[in-house]
Design a protein around this ligand. Structure first.
Ligand SMILES: [Zn+2]
Length: 348
């Protein structure tokens, strides 16, 4: 019932790299099986932009040192320089889970917007994002969301967001996760929910269950981690090393049990190890959740993660007009090839 639709396209040029001989350039249009959104696969683009994806280590280190001085999230400042929750919301003012500290956001992105400081360390390489560290952040985020659901159950659409380092949109170096919650879904969440509902009404099956069973046989499958399934999406949203996880049988974040959070954290950590091995330093993650006040048979909690460009004086960004304003997708290599590289890394 799920259709993986792709169309190959070619164009002819006279190539200066080959003495102006006639040459062919290949493209592929892929239609996202759920939303119908186009993603163009540009073969060879990863090699072309790869010099922008690693970091200038000297520059990175000097920025780490510079931002360390007045960092509000470092251990000596986090209790004095970050906001606290009002006493009627949380008598202790902050949620602490081992090294993770949950605090309200001074400039929020949603009506309820909080931050989870992940570690005592001001800077972490991607290999140092351990499953424990990520799991503690999730525990902190869930503790907050549970309290929020008691106080204001109408605020039922939460997302967990990681923007790590400035290329990923973060103004603060120190590793942190955002928890954004509001009474209405974010656009992607709404689009995925509406399309999943239409799929369910048409086929009487859950799209995500069908997707997992189709992908398990496909070249894009990465691994199964308990109740979560990890894969490279057929038509990535952004396409820079994009990985997706789907949690089976759960439609919103508050339905996940502790084991499932451990599995998500360890899956993320594995992919970050792969990013680190490629020389990357920056990434984004989002979780997509249905409403926390009801179970939806047609929807599943899912997660996307991508790597971002490196820290360099050139300031290259992959947030250019095509994905950012035209809302089309682009992938810099074939998803099947990325999946092959990740599987090979995990075997090594
Ligand atoms: Zn810091």
């Amino acid at each position: 019932m799920i259709e993986f639709k792709k169309t190959a396209k070619r164009t002819r040029i006279l190539n200066p790299l080959k003495g102006f001989q006639e040459d062919m350039i290949d493209f592929e249009y892929r239609t996202d099986p759920l939303t119908g959104r186009n993603t163009t696969i540009i073969k060879g683009m990863l090699g072309y932009i790869s010099k922008f994806l690693t970091s200038d280590e000297e520059l990175l280190q000097s920025l780490v040192n510079k931002t360390r001085a007045n960092c509000p999230f470092c251990p000596e400042n986090v209790r004095t320089n970050t906001p606290m929750f009002p006493k009627d919301f949380l008598p202790k003012g902050r949620i602490i889970v081992d090294d993770a500290v949950v605090v309200p956001n001074l400039l929020g992105h949603a009506e309820r917007s909080v931050l989870v400081v992940l570690s005592k360390e001001h800077h972490l390489k991607l290999k140092d994002f351990t499953p424990e560290l990520i799991f503690n952040a999730f525990r902190g985020g869930i503790t907050y969301l549970k309290r929020l659901s008691e106080v204001d159950p109408a605020i039922s659409f939460p997302v967990f967001v990681f923007n790590y380092l400035p290329p990923a949109g973060s103004s603060i170096f120190h590793p942190h996760m955002q928890v954004l919650a509001r009474d209405r879904p974010f656009y992607l969440t709404r689009m995925l929910m509406e399309n999943s509902k239409a799929y369910y009404e048409k086929n009487r099956t859950n799209y995500w269950t069908d997707l997992v069973s189709a992908e398990k046989k496909a070249e894009r499958h990465l691994f199964e981690n308990g109740n979560s399934e990890w894969l490279v999406p057929f038509a990535p949203l952004r396409g820079l090393n994009e990985v997706q996880a789907i949690v089976k049988g759960k439609s919103h974040l508050l339905e996940l049990n502790e084991e499932e959070w451990v599995e998500l954290a360890s899956g993320i950590s594995k992919i970050l190890q792969f990013y680190h091995k490629q020389g990357y330093a920056s990434f984004n993650i989002i979780t997509v959740s249905g409403p926390t006040n009801e179970h939806l048979d047609y929807f599943n909690v899912n997660l996307r993660m991508i790597s971002r460009p490196g820290i360099q004086p050139f300031s290259f960004t992959d947030a250019w007009a095509l994905p950012y304003l035209l809302w089309d997708g682009e992938a810099v290599e074939e998803p099947e090839q990325l999946a092959e590289r990740i599987r090979a890394f995990m075997k090594s």
